[in-house]
Write a protein that binds this ligand. Structure first.
Ligand code: UTP
Length: 294
């Protein structure tokens, strides 16, 4: 069965990015000149997703506007013969069908996903978190879709190995190893201390889920941080039916925090031929200017 819909929850407060997120949606903050959310939506579109469902909150209108047409800007660019720019912004405006639903209170990721229940209409769906940019020639979410199809439409959770001392930052999965990349999950634990973590396989925000998850989300109590955790619901789901974890191929940047954002910016500046030389020159000059010895 083809997975056509993706939920992208963007209702969070982005406190790790204050003060910018006081007035700007975190997802619109650009890496060089492309908003972070563009990469997430692009990953979904390249994987064949036809409809994006944003779970939004107040102050996130700019994310919806970004993927809409801007006829006034298009007319301006056309009048001024800026054809390259015109094509670029038209392409963004017609990238994919966007719908949105509000999460009126920020009660956690599990609650945010539940808000989109009526929009996925009983089909398996993808969930992508905007804080994790994953770079790979085959989109990470596409890799999970393929495993899901292979496993008769089962839920599949994207995982990556992290240093054992970092397990408290992530949802961590455990299960029976089926091959070098796939596990049949037995449990998922939210942010365990390294000594309690069953593995070092973390879940950086890529999921293929099935509609049973909504009934679970409707009934779970609040979990870690007094929020409704998607992790808790997946933990229940994998006790009821086969759920797989898949070690996707790709480099992941945690752009939800300033360190990860900086790392992504440097990497993107270096890999783009248009910015590489300028970046290296500037870096050399500034290292010297600030008297830094490497
Ligand atoms: P986070 O808690 O990591 O992100 O949620 P945040 O709230 O945006 O940022 P910080 O932690 O305060 O800096 C992971 C994802 O889930 C969404 C967030 O928007 C983010 O994409 N989310 C989280 C919701 O949509 N609703 C919620 O109630 C909580």
């Amino acid at each position: 069965m083809k997975i056509k819909k993706a939920i992208i929850p963007i209702a969070g407060k982005g406190t790790r990015f204050l003060p910018a997120t006081k007035e700007i949606a975190k997802e619109i903050i650009p890496i060089i000149n492309v908003p972070m959310i563009h990469y997430i939506v692009q990953e979904a579109v390249e994987a064949g997703i036809e409809q994006i469902i944003f779970v939004t909150s107040s102050g996130k209108f700019s994310v919806e506007d970004y993927f809409d047409r801007n006829l006034e800007l298009e007319a301006y660019l056309e009048r001024n013969n800026k054809i390259k720019e015109l094509e670029l912004i038209r392409k963004i405006g017609s990238m994919v069908e966007i719908t949105s639903v509000r999460q009126k209170e920020q009660l956690g990721l599990g609650h945010a996903v539940l808000m989109a229940k009526n929009m996925v209409e009983g089909e398996p769906f993808a969930v992508l978190l905007g804080d994790d940019i994953i770079v790979n020639s085959k989109p990470a979410i596409k890799q999970l879709m393929e495993v899901s199809v292979e496993k008769n439409g089962a839920p599949v959770i994207g995982v990556m190995e992290v240093p054992k001392e970092d397990t408290a930052k992530y949802g961590i999965v455990a299960g029976e190893v089926l091959d070098s990349r796939t596990l049949k999950m037995s449990e998922m634990v939210e942010k365990p201390n390294p000594k309690d973590a069953p593995t070092n396989l973390a879940t950086p925000g890529r999921y293929i889920l099935t509609p049973e998850i909504f009934e679970i989300l409707e009934n779970i109590p609040r979990g870690a941080g007094n929020e409704y955790q998607l992790t808790d619901a997946i933990n229940i789901l994998c006790k009821r039916k086969p759920v797989y974890a898949y070690k996707f191929e790709g480099e992941r940047f945690d752009t939800g925090n300033v360190d990860g954002y900086l790392d992504a910016t440097i990497d993107f500046a270096l890999k783009n031929p248009e910015t590489r030389e300028k970046f290296i020159q500037s870096l050399k000059y500034r290292i010297k200017k600030h008297g830094i010895t490497l």
